[in-house]
Design a protein around this ligand. Structure first.
Ligand code: DC
Length: 212
């Protein structure tokens, strides 16, 4: 069983994907972390994330088992990730890695922006998670502040608008809801309520039971 969870920045898609993975006993890949790790590799080498050849090299040599989970969560890493994610050669290099993960025996859950449309158009269940931009900005701001980033909420609102625009308007694999994806709007839903709804959708579509 392959489950594709796509959605906007800070919509809650990662939390939902992790919750579904735990519930159904499936391996989970946060594909945004791959783009973030490529960005961090380029930045740490002192290079420009807009340089596609360098970013492609970082994508091809990325070891997904060795991603520094702290370094990829900063606002700077997120901004640079959105730049490398617009580069077709980076997307191609990461596509192969994601596809291998999706094809493992027993199935998998992947979350990102183009899982239901590009990486796993064959997914058994496709969810598209979204929420009001103001609510998403506040969620991301709280996360960053909790991890020690001293960023202002207004700055996050500005970055979020810019990144939403870049993710949706890039030529290669723009953020798009697949025709057969089910929309989950988390603006007024708690994490528990959203996860319960996602579990219900997966069960309805596949008949899957916990741990199966
Ligand atoms: O979900 P996130 O904030 O960790 O994603 C980081 C960046 O990577 C974001 O700009 C969108 C991009 N991304 C993408 O283009 N395709 C994916 N499958 C996952 C993330």
């Amino acid at each position: 069983m392959i489950i594709a969870v796509d959605g906007t920045l800070a919509s809650g898609k990662g939390t939902i994907a992790r919750g579904l993975a735990a519930h159904f006993g499936l391996p989970h890949l946060d594909t945004g972390a791959l783009y973030r790790a490529v960005a961090v590799a380029v930045l740490s080498a002192g290079d420009d994330p807009a340089d596609e050849a360098l970013a492609e090299h970082a994508a091809k040599t990325l070891d997904p088992a060795n991603i520094d989970q702290h370094a990829i969560r900063t606002a700077a890493a997120g901004a640079a990730a959105s730049v490398v994610a617009a580069q077709p050669r980076v997307r191609q290099a990461l596509f192969e890695l994601q596809r291998r993960f999706a094809e493992q025996e027993g199935g998998a859950i992947l979350d990102g922006r183009d899982i239901g449309t590009v990486v796993c158009p064959d997914a058994d269940v496709k969810l598209f998670i979204d929420a009001d931009p103001q609510v998403r900005a506040e969620r991301r701001w709280r996360e960053l502040v909790a991890s020690g980033d001293e960023i202002q909420l207004e700055e996050i609102e500005r970055q979020l608008a810019e990144r939403d625009k870049r993710d949706a308007s890039r030529e290669t694999a723009p953020l798009m809801r697949a025709d057969d994806a089910i929309l989950l709007d988390t603006t007024h839903l708690s994490i528990d309520a959203t996860l319960a709804e996602a579990v219900r959708i997966v069960k309805n579509k596949t008949g899957a039971t916990p741990g199966s």
